[in-house]
Design a binder for this molecule. Structure first.
Ligand code: XMP
Length: 509
């Protein structure tokens, strides 16, 4: 295992991604781990991440100095390099002005290991205010840049390496080669992390943990919970019971589709709870977006808990927690500001007093998709657009009614059908309708209409943190608008949302 110690850089997760892409298993842990805790993890090599602090500042984050004496390969990136230098007796100073962005790197050493197959001069991504000015004993210079005379340094005898730039970002042209070299030339790691291996070792681990007990798993219809359920089913068969709470706020026919896939295709025990009327009555007259989210989250937990109590011998609760959620909670930076209270199954474990099983807590989203493929899930399911936990409720600004949900379901189905037919579905992050509480006058045939407005939203994104509105072809927009107005009774006007994120969010509520 490669250990990545996080000093708070926005790029720490990217380092982990790069390492995993090379089929080497790694974990991110906060830099606050003690020397003993680090030793207990038995890493094969350590990467010290970058971070926003200055080693010159008071109380800046540090690491137990003894790690440098263990003979392990260690790579310090940016802050990690400066920290290594400061702890080993070298000197760091404030560079006077920060060096930020693309920078030319000139190599003067390490061509046989760290810089193997990297061109003599190449572009790297810099982002720093401090720089190394004196090397600790035994270190030599391996690369320079205009503002960093020690852009790359090494003490090859002790396997210690430091770089001022960020190889993990794609702007560093040979960044992948450098990470590759650190893993395979220096740390002698083996590229043996694969989904097939992951699957068989996870199954064995889960079987040993669960024994004869029963496991309950909430299904939402999304990829994460479905993959969790199928993985557990492979390991445990009939000991797994899935609970699907239909809150009546799903897409048209979605509840049926999930039910048939899980029950008929995978033969998983499924408890289907039809709670549509219950949710709608709880949402009656509520128009505040956060209140709606809270109500839906709360009711979900209540219903799920009631169902679980009807079952005998359940000792475990399985959840589709992913690695980014785990890192968020252990991150050195602390959680960022809450814009919307996301509801998935948060809050369940405390309420239910069951032991947790989170088989995917080491995986990134795209790795979950690969795992889904390994488990035989169809591509059309794996590549589904994200759908919010509170469902269509957050796409109906104002109070939610049964009629509005049914209207939006019809419009949404037409949107998806047209987007798919035009070959756009797999090119965009999400596309959906928002039913606005705005009525306008129209004319249909010879009659006056006075009906609701549908806002069409389509965005492109890589991680939902930022998003751009999609430039869908006018013809496609026209077809969607015509069909929605002609086929969905209560809508007589369609508008297109051209707001990016930020400043907008993807969902309206
Ligand atoms: P926003 O609206 O915050 O959405 O820009 C970012 C992404 O998250 C999805 N989303 C949710 N996903 N539970 C989820 O699992 C939720 O409560 C939730 N709310 C929003 C949204 O669809 C987009 O992809």
């Amino acid at each position: 295992m490669i250990l990545i110690l996080d000093f708070g850089s926005q790029y720490t997760q990217l380092i982990a991604r790069r390492v995993r892409e090379m089929k080497v298993y790694c974990e991110i842990h906060p830099c606050t781990l003690s020397g003993e805790q680090i030793k207990a993890l038995a890493p094969q090599a350590i990467i010290l991440s970058g971070g926003p602090s200055s080693v010159l500042g008071e109380a800046s984050p540090t690491v137990d100095k003894q790690i440098f004496a263990w003979g392990l390969p260690i790579l310090g990136v940016c802050y990690g390099q400066q920290l290594m230098v400061a702890l080993l007796g070298g000197k760091v100073e404030n560079a006077g002005h920060s060096e930020y962005g693309r920078t030319e790197l000139k190599i003067c050493g390490g061509q046989q290991d760290f810089f193997f197959s990297v061109e003599q001069t190449s572009v790297v991504w810099m982002s720093h205010g401090d720089r190394v000015i004196n090397l600790p004993e035994g270190f030599e210079v391996w690369a320079t840049s205009a503002n960093a005379p020690y852009a790359a340094i090494a003490n090859p005898a002790r396997q210690l390496y430091g770089i001022q730039f960020h190889p993990e970002v794609t702007h560093s042209v040979f960044g992948k080669e450098m990470i590759h070299n650190f893993l395979f030339e220096i740390a002698k790691a083996k590229p043996d992390w694969s989904m097939a291996n992951f699957l068989s070792s996870k199954s064995a681990e889960i079987k040993a943990q669960v024994g004869e007990a029963k496991v309950i798993c909430g299904l939402s219809g999304g990829v994460d919970s479905s993959v969790t359920a199928i993985l557990l089913h492979e390991a445990l068969g009939g000991q797994l019971i899935c609970v699907f709470v239909d809150n009546g706020l799903l897409r048209k026919d979605e509840a049926k589709q999930v039910g048939s896939m899980v029950r008929e295709h995978y033969k998983i025990n499924l408890v289907h709870v039809d709670a549509a009327d219950h949710f709608l009555s709880k949402l009656d007259g509520v128009s505040d977006p956060e209140k709606k989210r809270k109500i839906i989250g709360h009711e979900f937990i209540e219903i799920f808990d009631q169902e679980a109590h009807k079952l005998q011998g359940v000792k475990f609760l399985a959840q589709g927690t992913l690695y980014p959620d785990v890192i968020e909670s252990v991150s050195f930076k602390g959680p960022s500001a809450v814009i919307k209270s996301h509801h998935n199954v948060g809050g369940l474990p405390e309420k239910m007093k069951l032991a947790l099983i989170e088989p995917m807590r080491e995986l990134f989203k795209d790795e979950v998709r690969t795992l889904g493929r390994e488990l035989g899930l169809p591509e059309s399911f794996i590549n589904r657009h994200p759908f919010p936990g509170p469902g269509l409720a957050v796409r109906i600004p104002g109070a939610v009614t049964k009629e509005k949900v049914a209207t939006l379901q019809e419009a949404d189905a037409i949107i998806l059908e047209e987007i798919r037919a035009a070959g756009w579905y797999d090119k965009i992050w999400q596309c959906f309708g928002v039913l606005l509480p705005v009525k306008s006058v129209g004319v249909m045939g010879d009659a006056r209409t006075y009906e609701w407005t549908l806002a069409l939203r389509s965005v492109g994104s890589v991680d939902a943190m930022t998003a751009d509105w999609t430039h869908l072809p006018y013809e496609l927009l026209g077809r969607i608008s015509n069909r929605v107005i002609n086929e969905v009774p209560r809508i007589n006007r369609v508008v297109y949302d051209i707001t990016s994120k930020p400043p907008g969010t993807i969902e309206w509520e």
